[in-house]
Every structure is written in structure tokens, then in C-alpha cells.
Design a protein. Structure first.
Length: 194
């Protein structure tokens, strides 16, 4: 299983890079109009969903829990399309969509990270990114009255944080793919068995 994850490290890297680019653009342009934010988020959710589905399908035979990533990717695509089709939604509705998407994707990634913990070390990066996604969604649900500028800044910061963690995780996967000893299960390396 680790060989397959290591072979597909590029998909994780691509997700991280897209998140970073989205976050940087959002932070450096905090005065963008709500319509632009809606279109950016819809595009980001759609692309993230596609990357997640491709990664899940590419590993479906070797990963018994690939469905969690597939469901998260499908929901990301649905939310992305819905956002792009109805761009005239209100700021509060946008917050609810972003919060829902963030929580669903975070839970799907957390399920995948928990399943991977028996196979590798360093899965904490994916777990941390997934927990950040869930926390971000919960924060948005708790504060629906935030102004659009504050939302833009929070979304940008979250995307950069998540993107950095995904890029680091992808580079770790790449390194594990180059070193066969490093992909041995924890128990075989003398680590703490799960």
C-alpha cells in the first residue's frame, strides 16, 4: 500500500499547491468582491474534489478505505458546481457552503489518515490538515455574521496552512517512495504498533 501512496505523491502535492496558490491570492487581494470570492471558492472546491477522486480511484484496489476520499471528492465537486452555478448567493449562504465543505473534506481526510497510521510515520501532517479543515468549518458555523473581508482573510490563511501541510506530506511520501526501508510498517521498524 505504501508503494502506491508513494507513487501517487504528485496528486497530494498538486492539491497542496492549488491550496497555497488560492490562499496567497486571497490574502494578497482581501478587498476582492464577494462574487470573485464565490467564483474562486467554487473553482477551488471543484478542483480539490477532482484531485481527491483521482487519488482515491488510483488507489482503490490497494486501499480498502478509498471510499472516504471518493465521497469527500464527490461532495467537493457538488459543492464547487453548486457554488459556480448560483454565484448570487448571500455571504451567509457562502459561509454555510464553505463550512460544510470544509468539515466533510476534513472528516474524509481524517478517516484516511487514521487508516494510514498503521502503515507509516508522519501521517500526523494529514491528520493535522484534516483537523484544521474541520475546525475551520466549525468556526465558520459558529461565526456566520463575520464580514466578507474577515472571511476572505480566514479562508486565505486556512488554505495556506492546509496547502503547506499537504505539500510537506507529499514530499514525505516522495521520500518514502525512494527508500524501501522507510515504507515498512511501524511495527517492523520497532515503532509503536497501533
Amino acid at each position: 500500500m505504501m508503494e502506491i501512496l508513494a507513487r501517487n505523491w504528485g496528486w497530494v502535492l498538486l492539491r497542496g499547491i492549488v491550496a497555497l496558490l488560492f490562499g496567497v491570492f486571497t490574502l494578497f487581494n482581501p478587498a476582492i468582491a464577494l462574487m470573485t470570492l464565490i467564483l474562486l471558492f467554487g473553482t477551488y472546491a471543484l478542483l480539490d474534489g477532482v484531485f481527491m477522486i483521482v487519488w482515491a480511484i488510483a488507489n482503490r484496489r490497494e486501499r480498502p478505505r478509498w471510499l472516504a476520499l471518493l465521497v469527500g471528492g464527490l461532495l467537493g465537486i457538488v459543492i464547487g458546481i453548486q457554488t459556480l452555478v448560483t454565484p448570487n448567493i448571500t455571504a451567509v449562504a457562502l459561509l454555510a457552503i464553505i463550512a460544510t465543505w470544509s468539515i466533510i473534506v476534513g472528516i474524509a481526510e481524517l478517516v484516511a489518515a487514521i487508516k494510514m497510521r498503521k502503515m507509516l510515520t508522519g501521517e500526523w501532517m494529514l491528520m493535522l490538515a484534516s483537523l484544521a479543515s474541520v475546525a475551520f468549518g466549525a468556526f465558520l458555523f459558529a461565526r456566520p455574521g463575520l464580514g466578507a473581508l474577515a472571511v476572505v482573510l480566514w479562508i486565505g490563511a486556512y488554505a495556506i496552512f492546509s496547502g503547506i501541510l499537504l505539500v510537506v506530506f507529499a514530499l514525505r511520501l516522495r521520500g518514502w517512495g525512494r527508500s524501501p526501508a522507510s515504507v515498512a510498517p511501524r511495527a517492523q521498524r520497532g515503532g509503536v504498533p497501533a
